[in-house]
Design a protein around this ligand. Sequence first.
Ligand SMILES: CC(C)(COP(=O)(O)OP(=O)(O)OC[C@H]1O[C@@H](n2cnc3c(N)ncnc32)[C@H](O)[C@@H]1OP(=O)(O)O)[C@@H](O)C(=O)NCCC(=O)NCCS
Length: 139
Amino acid sequence: MIEYIDKAPTLEEYKEMRRAVNFIVLSDRIAKNALNNAFHITTVRDNGRAIGMIRVLSDGSYANFITDVMVIPEYQHRGIGTTMMKRTMDFMYGTLEEGETIILYLMSASGKEPFYKQFGFRERPNNDWGAGMSQWITK
Ligand SMILES: CC(C)(COP(=O)(O)OP(=O)(O)OC[C@H]1O[C@@H](n2cnc3c(N)ncnc32)[C@H](O)[C@@H]1OP(=O)(O)O)[C@@H](O)C(=O)NCCC(=O)NCCS
């Protein structure tokens, strides 16, 4: 049974899901902080097994960054990623009061842009906005 639970996965589950989708390996310290300090996390479980997740980083209000959107390969293409995104968008919408506006950011993995466009995200750069920018820093 697939369940969407608004609670972080365990450290081991997080590391295992990241491994399954080839995200970079994090130190335990960085991974723990990532889970503990997120604004909102949904973990998807199949009979208890963590098979997907999504996190929002936020100032709790205006600026909100969606990250770690992942569904392990054997569960992809079943609509789970779409449901995670829809639930997260609904949650963020629910933080608004009448007349208010906030922004949602995300960095699409290469080739996943069509997946995010269906939820209203616009690719950058465009006529209104410059490019999103990022870099890894490693010590
Ligand atoms: C991006 C990701 C989270 C999407 O998760 P997902 O559960 O596969 O997403 P969905 O199943 O909702 O949609 C994926 C595709 O499957 C299709 N699909 C959905 N339900 C389906 C079904 N029942 N049968 C067949 N196809 C289906 C969708 O139309 C969609 O097609 P598209 O990619 O051409 O738009 C997943 O591919 C992933 O974890 N990738 C690796 C990590 C990654 O790159 N994350 C993104 C970081 S920005």
